[in-house]
Design a protein. Structure first.
Length: 505
């Protein structure tokens, strides 16, 4: 079997021969009139008519004075029929190749063909090619599924190859686009305005997470990549907007897991004059609509180890203090760190570094969450672990915070937003003290945000979910659920050999 270097050298030889013929192997202009799917689906109306189609060659078969090719574009593939008697000759100035130049083409090349829509003797819908133009000469052969392109690390590193070889992977990202479009459509249809907010922040907040730090030369100051969209969007509520949202990346300098990436896409929305009960009603409807538009169903099988998840019901509401007491006997208002550590040790959960009661309690809750199929809403988390949520007027120890728990994970996060500036300042100070004591995930004191609250922000409900929602119901891990996950940088030996001018010594 030929090596990659040998195959590439042969394609480079063909590239040079094309250039000697005066052919530009990488022209800019194309003249497509139909997609391949449009030709196949519209055959009855197009039979005998002229079309111009484009795509990548995925198969070539030549038999003397006739040849067959299979062309693929984003939507599908179609057969091409070529005859030495009907294909126009070489016209190098237009990158047009004749039948005699077909040996200079390879699978993986992009071409444009103009011809007549026909059905062959075997009943195959085809284009009888009259003119063929080269659009892109490929220098590496595209592997096929039969070649064993199955190494997970290599597939993630060369995702552009993975999506060509494994078309189901490409379709996943069509659904991912549909997922975010459905999110956007729902919000737009309910009176929300999309406003993009900064990624770089002087002070970052809105979540318990360790931020990435960068430096802006123009201001000679350090900035943080946002860990949340929250605080700038709430400033917009203070500015007079009543319903706002943003969709985009956020960054949390933490480990990878099947449910988490340091960089991932999320959305957050804020609605003035709503509380958490209004939010649960609105956003339950939202999650159902997004699921239905993305996957066409609300009933899912084998999700995250759970046999069946049915979203098509009214989701129950569960209080955090109740479920923690019932499951582990934990008093969330007077947490016993020794008790919490013992529970975690019994479940072989290892905690790194110094652990306070709040972090330990969150880890114990995650034990319950992982065993919960849901869907249900979790409400009334203690004030100490929800520094941005409003206290519940019936029990000042808990907040009006809500999470949907589905398939063992928290699929979103929402609050009746805290708008009391003095209370917010007190909680920020508590968080900053935790941060100063070594808790890198505690929230920073954002005095500008406190000042905004002093000018006045109306009652509001905030809500967010990330693409974890998509990964979960798509049935993939976080890294499989994004097109280009971050990986440790590596250069294989073949690449070093192929580009000696880059890798000297």
């Amino acid at each position: 079997m030929a090596t990659l270097r040998e195959l590439r050298d042969e394609r480079l030889r063909k590239l040079e021969e094309l250039k000697k013929l005066g052919v530009n192997p990488y022209p800019a202009h194309t003249d497509r009139t139909h997609t391949l799917t449009a030709v196949a689906d519209g055959f009855d109306g197009l039979q005998g008519q002229k079309v111009t189609v484009t795509g990548r060659i995925v198969n070539i078969r030549k038999f003397g004075k006739i040849a067959f090719m299979v062309l693929r574009d984003q939507g599908g593939q179609l057969q091409l029929f070529l005859s030495a008697d009907s294909v126009a000759p070489l016209h190098a100035d237009d990158s047009q190749l004749g039948f005699d130049q077909l040996p200079l083409l390879d699978t993986g090349d992009f071409i444009q063909v103009h011809g007549t829509v026909i059905k062959t003797k075997t009943g195959e819908i085809s284009v009888d090619v009259h003119r063929l133009r080269l659009l892109t000469k490929s220098l590496r052969p595209m592997p096929t599924a039969h070649d064993g392109f199955t190494n997970k690390e290599e597939r993630l590193r060369r995702r552009y190859v993975d999506m060509n070889v494994n078309l189901d992977v490409r379709e996943r990202f069509v659904r991912r686009s549909r997922f975010w479009q459905a999110t956007r459509d729902f919000l737009n249809n309910h009176g929300f305005i999309e406003i993009n907010i900064p990624v770089l922040e002087h002070t970052t907040g809105g979540a318990d997470a360790n931020p990435f730090v960068t430096h802006m030369d123009a201001l000679d100051q350090d900035f943080y990549l946002r860990i949340s969209h929250e605080l700038p969007l709430k400033r917009l509520i203070g500015a007079g907007f009543e319903r706002v949202y943003d969709i985009g990346p956020r960054f949390r300098n933490e480990n990878y897991s099947d449910e988490h990436l340091p960089e991932h896409v999320a959305f957050e929305s804020y609605a003035a004059y709503q509380d958490y009960k209004d939010g649960m009603e609105l956003y339950e409807a939202m999650m159902k609509e997004v699921a239905r538009k993305t996957w066409g169903t609300l009933l899912f099988k084998d999700i995250n180890g759970f046999q069946e998840i049915n979203l098509d019901q009214q989701w129950p509401v569960v209080r955090y203090p109740d479920i923690m007491r019932e499951r582990f006997g934990v008093d969330v208002f007077n947490p016993d760190l020794a008790q919490l550590k013992k529970i975690l040790a019994d479940y072989k959960v290892k905690l790194e570094g110094e652990v306070n009661a709040m972090r330990a309690m969150d880890s114990v809750w995650k034990l319950i969450r992982k065993e919960s199929a849901g869907p249900f809403w979790l409400i009334h988390e203690p004030v100490a672990i929800s520094p941005l949520a409003k206290q519940d007027p019936t029990d000042a120890r808990v907040t009006q915070r809500f999470h949907p728990v589905i398939a063992g994970t928290e699929m979103g996060n929402g609050y009746s937003e805290l708008n009391d500036p003095l209370d917010q300042l007190r909680r920020f100070i508590e968080q900053q003290q935790m941060r100063d004591a070594g808790d890198a995930e505690a929230q920073m004191l954002d005095i500008d945000f406190v000042e905004m609250l002093e000018y006045g922000m109306p009652p509001a409900c905030g809500w967010s979910y990330s693409e974890r929602f998509f990964w979960m119901f798509e049935g993939v891990t976080a890294r499989e659920g994004v097109p280009f996950p971050q990986l440790k940088r590596e250069t294989d030996e073949t690449t070093k050999e192929l580009y000696p001018e880059v890798f000297k010594g």
